[in-house]
Design a protein around this ligand. Structure first.
Ligand code: PDD
Length: 281
């Protein structure tokens, strides 16, 4: 695989980052994941806009312009012959040459930028989308700025492992009884045909797929309500699903052992997945 590191395209074995990189030492960095379908980047402008916002909130600057970033994405997709897959991008506050809690001066410590592709043939035709996924609920103990897409992913990783241990696919995080989001996706329930998802705030990541799916739902005259919902309400819903750049629209058929509907992907989730992929393919 050819990867991109600070201006160079290199075979992955030759890519190197300093041990003092603040992404490594302090999780001081942000990232984006953009999907590729039919060799085409999906929603790149949305990801670029969110990246700029994440960087701004952390007082970081991008080492490359958004136009250059698009060119790097395209170059990697082409060099690695990605038809279906993902492009991962990470920007950290660089490597000041020592460990220090204070931010380094950006004029002497440039930020680090890394991109790589993940080849995922069959991503759009995932078997999990046909059977639906099972989730457990866990307490959301992450920090309070989940709208910034930082690389602090330890707790979501732990949540994923707790889910696997319980024989499930993922975890939905719950704060004060209300569902925030999945470990790496936004969460939705459907009741009486109405799509319900938490409103945007600093409590959740503002999903690019979420924005696209809510737009498509409105265009298809489906009813959407953006409000908090509890994990108990979710267990009584007709259906549930998640959205993310890596799994698009993914039906959820079980929450904490409670089966939703007849235990197969619901009509609203299936329809949204179909229209989302139709528009993207
Ligand atoms: N995760 N919420 C969280 C906590 C996420 O990590 C993600 C994405 C989303 C969905 O956002 P989007 O639709 O823009 O992908 C919501 C990516 C895919 C990841 O970490 O791999």
């Amino acid at each position: 695989r050819i990867v991109y590191v600070n201006g160079d395209y290199l075979p992955e074995e030759e890519a190197k980052i300093s041990i003092f990189d603040r992404g490594f030492l302090m999780s001081d960095g942000v990232y984006e994941v953009t999907s590729v379908l039919n060799g085409k980047l999906i929603d790149f402008p949305g990801h670029a806009t969110r990246l700029e916002r994440s960087l701004g909130e952390l007082d970081m600057a991008s080492p490359v312009s958004m136009d250059e970033l698009l060119a790097i994405h395209r170059e990697l997709v082409s060099r690695n012959e990605i038809e279906e897959g993902l492009v991962y991008l990470q920007i950290t506050r660089g490597a000041p040459g020592d460990r220090d809690f204070a931010f380094p001066d950006p004029s002497t410590t440039p930020s680090t930028i890394v991109l790589f592709t993940q080849n995922k043939p069959g991503l759009a035709d995932s078997p999990a989308a046909k059977t639906g996924t099972k989730v457990i609920s866990i307490e959301d103990i992450r920090w309070g700025r989940r709208d910034i897409k930082t690389v602090q992913l330890l707790y979501p990783s732990m949540g994923k492992m707790m889910a696997k241990k319980a024989g499930c696919d993922d975890a939905w995080m719950v704060e004060d009884g209300f569902v925030t989001e999945g470990t790496s996706n936004n969460a939705y329930i459907v009741k009486g045909g109405k799509i319900i998802t938490r409103e945007l705030s600093t409590d959740i990541l503002h999903g690019i797929t979420r924005a696209a799916v809510l737009r498509l739902a409105a265009e298809a005259q489906m009813e959407v309500e953006e409000r908090n919902f509890t994990i108990d309400e979710a267990k009584q819903a007709d259906e549930a699903f998640t959205t993310s750049a890596s799994a698009f629209v993914m039906p959820v058929v079980e929450i904490d052992g409670v089966t939703l509907g007849n235990g197969t992907p619901g009509t609203v989730a299936r329809r949204l997945r179909e229209i989302y992929l139709e528009e993207s393919l």
